[in-house]
Design a protein around this ligand. Structure first.
Ligand code: ADE
Length: 226
């Protein structure tokens, strides 16, 4: 899978994809992340990519021209399955969207900055708008990192059996059950007996029950989702 990211602050994204699972995915060639600095398509020698908004008001807006030129150029090499704009007024990101996106071949993520991007780019190029939560970040970069992380680990072959995404919270609309490791007795607090008895069927039943309990307690809204 190829993920191209357009941003005015590529430095913000240097680290998130260079460690742990995403690093392995990139090394295995399962995930290619390409960062593009929007200033490469700046409109003048001052590297300008933003301007004041028409009608007045605080905050700069990313201009249409650098964005359109950047997207046009990137589209010469690849046909993007989705062009996604990260924005607080987008569709709320969740595991289902991550699952669907993990099956795509080429994705372009556009990170807004300042007040956002000229709306004509949203209308002409963007195929999907995603918000990672009901709060405003100073730019789309951290949201892009969240989306790439959530998608990247779902790409077939990235996780091994042990870390399989099948057991994650939110798959099947259930939160994950509690987990324990050694020691079996930590300062008098014991691991549930059933996990120590070595009966895989009973462990499975216990985990399902705990998942349901947790979901009912913490996120009952998930149980009524399709
Ligand atoms: N850009 C700024 N805030 C954001 C959010 N909550 N989600 C996605 N992109 C954003």
């Amino acid at each position: 899978m190829n993920i191209d990211i357009l941003t005015v602050v590529p430095e913000l994204l240097d680290s998130p994809f260079s460690h742990s699972i995403l690093k392995r995915a990139r090394e295995k060639g399962l995930l290619n992340v390409h960062l593009h600095n929007l200033r490469k398509w700046a409109i003048n020698k001052h590297m300008q990519v933003d301007d004041y908004q028409f009608g007045g008001g605080a905050g700069m807006v990313l201009m249409p021209e650098p964005l359109a030129n950047a997207i046009d150029e990137l589209q010469k090499d690849k046909k993007f399955d989705e062009i996604i704009f990260l924005t607080p007024d987008g569709e709320l990101f969740n595991q289902k969207i991550a699952n669907r996106l993990s099956l795509k071949e080429n994705i372009l993520l556009i990170c807004g900055h300042y007040k956002g991007i000229d709306d004509r780019i949203r209308q002409k190029y963007v195929t999907k708008e995603i918000s990672i939560g009901d709060y405003v970040l100073s730019g789309g970069e951290l949201a892009a990192a969240v989306v790439v992380d959530a998608i990247g680990r779902l790409i077939p072959g990235v996780l091994n059996d042990e870390t399989s995404a099948l057991f994650d919270s939110f798959q099947d609309n259930l939160l994950a059950p509690p987990v324990y490791t050694r020691p079996a007795d930590f300062r008098g607090n014991k691991v549930p007996e059933i996990l120590l008895q070595g009966d895989p069927k009973k462990v499975e039943e216990w985990r399902t029950e705990q998942s349901l309990l947790r979901t009912k307690e913490r996120r009952p809204d998930l149980l009524s989702e399709e």
